[in-house]
Design a protein around this ligand. Sequence first.
Ligand SMILES: [Zn+2]
Length: 268
Amino acid sequence: MLKSIISLLSLTFTLSSFAASPIDFMTFPDSFECNDKFPHYSFCDAVEFKPWTEAEKDKIKSILKEIDRPELANFYKTIKEKGITKFHRVTYSSTWFPNSKMRRAEFIRQKENTLIWVNPTTNVIGITDKFFGSNNFIDPYTKLPRDTHAILHELAHVFDIAQKHISSEIKSDLGWSWDGKNDFIRDIDYQKSQDEFKEILVYIEQDNTNKTYYEDRIRGVKYGYPTLYSMTNSHECFAELITYYVLDPKAKEYMSQDIQTKLKEILQ
Ligand SMILES: [Zn+2]
């Protein structure tokens, strides 16, 4: 009896030491160093790094707890071993351009401010002021706050980057084809879906972002994808599909069998 308890304990220990929980391996540095080469000073100027407050860290940690799901065990193991594991607190988001004269990448602040971003060249995940300031839309299907989806979506990009953009490799399995000029989703009226996406962006200008979020979901699901946004390109499609495959109990009703099979395969 005692022997079996001991072996059970050691088995539990072995399993837990292999399991990678994002709460344990994701870190929250308070600063970031730029230099005159890479990442150039212009990166730090553009995004404005700042220290975390305890309340902000607690908020992210509680989201990490929510998205620490058993079906993501391999997903987190991959991020822990090969991915970006630092959440930085920033004020803004940025974009880059090549300064050929100086032979370096330089950065400028982006006007449209995203909630959270991943920069694969500087290895930074930035969480902006807007993330903490936005009203928290509750998703009509998952019943979870928008913030929760945003963090898992960004970690799905990290998972993708850690595997040298597996999203490009498997895009055909996720419904994408190439017409010689652009990617498009086959078997649907792709142009119509893109027009609809542009249509719902108008609500943001009218200060009704929640209406955009809502319509994005409802209309995306009609096409068999979690959002219209997920249909804009294959990288966003990959991140959105993983996010809703895991968080949305209704996903199995609207995602095609091919998509579900592929997602299951890459998460295993
Ligand atoms: Zn994204």
